[in-house]
Design a protein around this ligand. Structure first.
Ligand SMILES: NC(=O)c1ccc[n+]([C@@H]2O[C@H](COP(=O)([O-])OP(=O)(O)OC[C@H]3O[C@@H](n4cnc5c(N)ncnc54)[C@H](OP(=O)(O)O)[C@@H]3O)[C@@H](O)[C@H]2O)c1
Length: 293
């Protein structure tokens, strides 16, 4: 049984999840849906024992599109509800088939929407039972604050999903969210070594000497140390792998603990390095990486 964090709707969210992002957003829901459905049909798992998270993509921020986007996701996943639905970014983009619409200057083409209005439509998804909880991703502290202070807020965000690993420890943002009763999920916990456009000469977190030394001490792999790092901070972690042996490896993190000393040496690796700098959207009015988190 995987330990869980408690969401503000009372639900338990497993502290370890499987990331399924592979190439581009919107290209893997059908496969996940088929796999999940086969497992449920064969009686191997019950729907209530699986915690499914999905996100609202930028091109569906206009209030008229939010419900349609969620319904489309549910259809592809062959599910009748999601456990958690996140606004992928605070930035809305021009609707259409293009997932990354750009204007003449090559910048993200804004749809002019306001994420507080998009949030109101996400709240309705909870009321209608399409999703059990709602949250946000890639929001900075000011943006979270403006959401929490929104007049008439009906559903508090249950979770913030952000890039986080020893090179980007997100100390302040995590403490802030926890102080407000919001859980946090760490994405790219292994530093997303195979992401598109990663520089060829990038030194992977998995090869970081400090991580390797802690791994050796515990007779674990560097990936297991990088995943366990979040569990020690009560942060949900979602490593991605489509390699069965690695998926097995990445789950074997509940039979050991990192000491305070281990945590200090991992935390000291922080250099505010991001695998995802979102340069494609840097001029957007709601670009999240302008202020210190
Ligand atoms: N909210 C957002 O904006 C956002 C952005 C990025 C990612 N995410 C989420 O976070 C999840 C994870 O992030 P990520 O995919 O960027 O990066 P990641 O989990 O840090 O790294 C995934 C890569 O590491 C490899 N890997 C997995 N386990 C390994 C192991 N034990 N040893 C060595 N290599 C291993 C995987 O290869 P194989 O698959 O070939 O095994 C894959 O190439 C995504 O799937 C997605 O759900 C969210």
């Amino acid at each position: 049984m995987i330990p869980a964090v408690k969401l503000n709707n009372g639900a338990d969210m497993p502290i370890l999840g499987l990331g399924t992002w592979s190439a581009e957003p919107g290209k893997n829901e059908q496969e996940v849906g088929e796999g999940l459905n086969a497992m449920i049909q064969q009686g191997l798992v019950k729907r209530k024992d699986v915690f499914v998270v999905n996100k609202l993509w930028n091109t569906f921020h206009l209030p008229s599109l939010v419900r349609k986007a969620c319904e489309q996701t549910l259809r592809e996943l062959k599910l009748d509800y999601l456990d958690l639905y996140l606004m992928h970014f605070p930035m809305g983009a021009k609707p259409g088939d293009d997932l990354f619409p750009v204007d003449e200057s090559g910048e993200m083409y804004s749809d002019g929407s306001n994420f507080l209005e998009t949030w109101e439509k996400m709240e309705e998804l909870v009321d209608e039972g399409l999703v059990k909880a709602i949250g946000i991703s890639n929001f900075n502290r000011d943006q979270i604050e403006s959401l929490l202070n929104k007049p008439g807020l009906r559903h508090m965000p249950a979770n913030l999903q952000i890039e986080c690993h020893p090179y980007l420890i997100q100390e302040k943002l995590i403490n802030y969210c926890h102080s407000k009763g919001m859980t946090v999920t760490a994405y790219s916990p292994l530093g997303s070594p195979n992401r598109p456009l990663a520089p060829k000469d990038e030194i992977s977190l998995l090869d970081e000497p400090v991580v390797k030394a802690v791994a050796k001490k515990h007779n674990k792999t560097p990936a297991q140390i990088l995943i366990r790092f979040h569990v020690e901070r009560n942060v949900v972690v979602i490593p991605k792998s489509s390699t069965p042996s690695r998926i097995q490896e990445n789950i074997q993190i509940f039979d050991f603990k990192l000491s305070d000393e281990d945590m200090e040496s991992l935390l000291s690796l922080n250099k505010n390095w991001r695998g995802f700098t979102m340069e494609w959207a840097s001029q957007h009015k709601d670009f999240p990486l302008l202020t210190e988190n």
